[in-house]
Design a protein. Structure first.
Length: 432
């Protein structure tokens, strides 16, 4: 019998509470289109569709020619299907996981460990960190999509500290002034000042932050009712997130993290340790085969909170390279294999520090590149290299690429949403 190379899969669905309900969800629509007999509950959230061989969601093979088994089991029995390079590099396992996400309400702020930390956490806490693998990921929007990604430029954070007294009260006058003074100093000083501010915010006593949040919400609501402009306080987004998660300290994170708005076909890359939270919309994700999410654990000496994150504010401005893709930073070294040059698309535009690219439809899709324009304060390794035969990947120094950055909006915090830990735990950490 001829070797079987293509077969249908039945892919697992994750019903996290933040998912869109019923057929409003792209996930549910895909399930229904693939199985006309499938029952779609209009009251059930359909959050994620997993296509891959991860143990938590190993796709089932639906082919009468193949004995009942999962994709992971079939690959284990037929490792040559991966090709020699991939088989040898990844010990005969499928190295990526593909997902479709339908987001109705904000997820928690989270970050994923790098390779070294993932192996350490898996060895120490396998029940919370099921994989010894890192989890760099790329999200491509299917519909208009919003997310919080990476820290804002320090000048913007400092401006919010001046404009939002409730935020300044939680951070503290000394820490706020230190951040304002550091804005023109070396990156290490900026990172240290930002770390102090963010940590003080996230470690505020509950009564304090609830009181300040209620005061802030009441003030913004009153100003909006009077027809005043509340953009200086990130009013619209703050009220929206507070309506979803009243009393949650994560609402204050809108003043620290960038709001990224993607149009269909636009994408953002999330490196290890990059704080992020999806807010709404449908997207596809491709990532390393891992389900690890940083979290605080009782009794841990080194919590995976703000001190684990690379608190480096965004500084770079990205522009399109009219000729071909350019390398910003090789965040995932193994992506070097087998990648060639791609013609660039049209020029990016818009205000902000990172401007985006699109994966365009058509018979010959073209990857739009990101190009980093040299600035004096950027270290040499982050400067764009023309003619690099690699995809455009963003460094932790700057937030993921975003085509439309709304400087008057941003994201939630520690417990906003409930994308469970390891995509399955219920209480993510301060910056989990």
């Amino acid at each position: 019998m001829a070797e079987i190379r293509v077969f249908p899969l039945a892919c697992p669905v994750q019903n996290y509470s933040w998912g869109k309900l019923g057929l409003q969800s792209e996930v549910a629509q895909l399930v229904a289109s693939g199985d006309p007999t499938a029952h779609i509950d209009p009251e059930q959230p359909y959050a994620e569709l997993w296509m891959g061989a991860h143990p938590k969601g190993d796709a089932a093979i639906r082919d009468n020619r193949i004995p009942q088994k999962t994709l992971g089991r079939w690959i284990a029995d037929n490792p040559a299907c991966l090709g020699a390079k991939v088989k040898d590099a990844f010990q005969g396992r499928l190295p990526f996981l593909f997902k479709v996400l339908s987001v109705r309400s904000a997820l928690s702020i989270q970050a994923h460990p790098n390779k070294e930390l993932a192996a350490k956490l898996h060895a120490q806490f396998p029940q919370h960190y099921p994989d010894a693998n890192h989890k760099p990921e790329m999200a491509i929007a299917l519909t208009p999509f919003e997310g919080l990604c990476g820290f804002r430029p320090v000048e913007e954070i400092a401006s919010f500290l001046r404009a939002v007294p409730e935020l300044r009260a939680l951070v503290g006058e000394v820490a706020a002034e230190q951040l304002e003074r550091s804005a023109s100093h070396d990156p290490r000083g900026v990172s240290a000042a930002l770390r102090v501010c963010f940590t003080r915010l996230m470690k505020s006593e509950k009564k304090c932050f609830v009181d300040q949040l209620n005061t802030l919400v009441q003030r913004i609501s009153r100003e909006a009712a009077e027809g005043q402009d509340t953009s200086g306080s990130n009013g619209d987004l703050l009220l929206r997130l507070h309506s979803q998660f009243p009393g949650d300290i994560g609402c204050f994170a809108v003043y620290f993290l960038n709001l990224v708005r993607l149009e269909p076909g636009e994408a953002m890359f999330l490196a290890a340790n990059e704080p992020h939270a999806y807010l709404q919309g449908d997207c596809v994700e491709c990532m390393a085969c891992s389900d690890n999410t940083l979290q605080d654990l009782p009794g841990r000496a080194e919590p995976a909170g703000p001190q684990r994150l690379p608190l480096r504010p965004a500084r770079a401005r990205l522009h399109a390279d009219e000729d071909r893709d350019s390398l910003l930073h090789q965040a995932v070294p193994r992506l070097r294999r087998g990648l060639g040059q791609h013609p660039a698309g049209g020029a990016g535009h818009g205000r902000g520090h990172l401007h985006g690219r699109r994966l365009r439809n058509g018979p010959a899709p073209r990857l739009r590149a990101l190009r980093l324009r040299q600035r004096e304060h950027l270290p040499a390794p982050l400067l764009a290299r023309r003619d690099a035969a690699l995809p455009s990947l963003l460094p932790p120094l700057s937030p993921p690429r975003r085509p439309a950055v709304d400087r008057n909006q941003s994201s939630p915090g520690p417990s906003l949403g409930s994308r469970p830990q390891s995509e399955s735990q219920s209480h993510p950490p301060p910056v989990s």
